[in-house]
Ligand binder design. Sequence first.
Ligand SMILES: Cc1ncc(COP(=O)(O)O)c(C=O)c1O
Length: 389
Amino acid sequence: MQGVDGHERVFDWLDTEAEKRAKAGLTRKLRPRAAASDELDLAGNDYLGLARDKRVAGAAAAAALRWGAGSTGSRLVTGSTELHTELEHELARFCGFQAALVFSSGFTANLGAVTTLSGGESAIVTDKYIHASLIEGCRLARTDVAAVAHADPDAVKHALSTRRKDRALVVTDSVFSVDGDLAPLNQLSQVCREHNAALLVDDAHGLGVLGEGGRGALNAAGLAGEPDIVATVTLSKSLGAQGGAVLGPRRVIKHLVETARSFIFDTGLAPAAAAAALAALGVLKSEPDLPQKVLNNSTRLADHLRGNGFRVSEPQAAVVSVQAPTPEDAVEWAARCAEQGVRVGCFRPPSVPDGISRLRLTARADLTDGDIDTAVKVISECAPPSATS
Ligand SMILES: Cc1ncc(COP(=O)(O)O)c(C=O)c1O
């Protein structure tokens, strides 16, 4: 159909889609927060409480004044500053890898890593619960992708041994973002080696929380710096900044610089974010007990909620999830908590791979026992009747 009249109806289908989402309890809304708030935050990813730390925020402010508000160009043109290079050296050294490459986000780091380390010549095998950014990377790789059972090295083994391509890339999160459980990294690495495959691990939730002094899940597994392993991280969770990075063998990083479209065709990370991440790494080095505080708090939070009868995940890092009966219940539960001054996350389809909606809580290092008791009390009082088992 053609015609100049009716152009105002071109997007009518969006309203139909919005109605369908509303009926399924899947409407999403932005809730801007105020700069100063006495809300108890169990929804953000600032696991070490560094986003507002004066050493970190101050470094960002100073870098913006010195280098400018933006990086002014893509990394290969004018968007690489000395700060980017220093951050790459520090990240690689801290986490135990040969080299690192900083991206504008963890999302673009994952797109770059998956697409450039696979492609038409390589099969991809993933855990079916991987983060959305890795899934998008797999789609962009335009090759055979087998998404296998969650945290199941045998399933990975089967997919690798029945693949039709010579090369293979196995992709997993280290800590899964919905339930906070761990991937069996040592077994996966073993399977990869038996089948001549590379292993790509998204350590977004591991950096700053797991491993010696927060050096990440691959450090904890004794696999950091191995020649067949690549990690991706975000700078936006434990490091309280913004941006992402790929860590791995030098030749992998060179390959990414020269071929990753989400690196080459993207403006470099803002200098303020690079400086903030560098400062946060400095804090982590000088306060190596911070990660343990996160783990103590997530365990305490989960234990108390489980004690009150909720279906709670077994946290291995900062993330704790509590199952909700329906998506609508999850939204209302989270909204009631917010009214009582406790901000919690709410995960519903399509953000949950098993279709079960959840409250998603994050236990920061700087929560006090009193904060946790308040959170448990509010979450319990605001719960829908069928949330307890
Ligand atoms: C597991 C995982 N990978 C990647 C990302 C994306 O990182 P970023 O927010 O820096 O784009 C996130 C977070 O949102 C995540 O949870």
